[in-house]
Write a protein that binds this ligand. Structure first.
Ligand SMILES: Cc1cc2nc3c(=O)[nH]c(=O)nc-3n(C[C@H](O)[C@H](O)[C@H](O)COP(=O)(O)O)c2cc1C
Length: 170
């Protein structure tokens, strides 16, 4: 009985969030597999799914979008939880930000129970085109690390409790 924790990331910050979730699920006694959404070729046998995506241009990261399309309906009857990461300010912590359109589509395809939005990270240490964008945005004060590990971990503990409660015979 293993939980799949999958993520779509470009700059690595969503992968790190998925890693914090993975740690909490394990601490709660669950077996997990932590994978880039683009590296998953089969979902057979997983008892539950946590799928997260970075948000770009009001959309969901391509790897997570493709995952949701490819594995449409495959988690029926099993608990599925989605998260988005993105806002480069404190709005994700201060308000309950709804899923964007592509995340909503993913929720339907995977019959997700829940979606949550976490703050994102963009700093001038980013590589390639992300670094270029970050250096441009820095002037306007739109960069930084707005992730909140405690909030992420608290959500993961709630997910772990639900997955455990959903097990047959419990
Ligand atoms: C070009 C660009 C577009 C972005 N668009 C959005 C957006 O539409 N909504 C949002 O909340 N965050 C947006 N962000 C912020 C990213 O989602 C944030 O940096 C996130 O943490 C990136 O995750 P990653 O490091 O896993 O790729 C954007 C960032 C860049 C560089």
């Amino acid at each position: 009985m293993t939980v799949l924790v999958a993520y779509g990331t470009t700059g690595g910050s969503t992968a790190e969030i998925a890693g914090w979730i993975d740690e909490e699920l394990r601490a709660a006694g669950l077996d997990t597999r932590l994978l880039s959404a683009g590296a998953v070729d089969d979902v057979e046998g997983y008892e539950a799914l946590v799928l997260g995506a970075a948000m770009y241009a009001a959309g969901w990261h391509n790897d997570a979008r493709k995952f949701a399309k490819h594995f449409e309906g495959r988690f029926a009857g099993r608990p599925v939880y989605l998260f988005s990461s993105g806002p480069l300010d404190h709005t994700a912590d201060d308000t309950d930000l709804p899923p964007n359109h592509q995340a909503e589509v993913a929720m339907q395809l995977l019959q997700a129970r829940e979606h949550v939005t976490f703050g994102g990270r963009l700093t001038d240490e980013a590589h390639g085109w992300l670094g270029f964008v970050a250096r441009r945005l820095e002037h306007d004060g739109h960069t930084g690390d707005f992730r909140n590990p405690e909030r992420v971990r608290a959500w993961a503990r709630h997910v772990a409790a639900e997955i455990t409660a959903a097990r047959p015979g419990t």
